[in-house]
Design a protein around this ligand. Sequence first.
Ligand code: 2BA
Length: 107
Amino acid sequence: MKLIVAIVNYDDAGAVTRALTKAGFSTTKLATTGGFLLATNATILTGVRDERVQEAIDVIRAHSKSRKQVVPPASELGSGVFSGIPVEVTVGGATIFVVDVERFERV
Ligand code: 2BA
């Protein structure tokens, strides 16, 4: 079994969780904050059987859009850094980690 940890744009989180649920995956959605932009995003946890990992990633990819975001000058970035010029970054689709699950129980 694997745990998929997917960090997605907050605006995509509902569509991603709905699509995963419709495909038969269990999900937990957490409200999180990116360390660089300090913007709210969402982290979706999905425990899946090994043979369904790619299927789950395909669902997440299909509902996670990539966005360009311009950080205005003098905005505070992570670690208290202030940028003096506008910075454009591409955020997402999704940042995905696949982690081995040593033990899974529902008690
Ligand atoms: P943030 O940390 O707020 O980063 C937002 C976007 O800013 C990133 O998009 C990337 O394009 C840019 N960025 C991040 N750190 C940067 C840096 N040191 N210098 C220049 N640009 C930087 P994504 O790569 O799509 O990441 C979206 C969100 O996914 C991140 O939000 C963070 O919450 C998470 N994330 C990405 N990589 C991660 C990692 N290795 N570990 C944990 N979380 C990660």
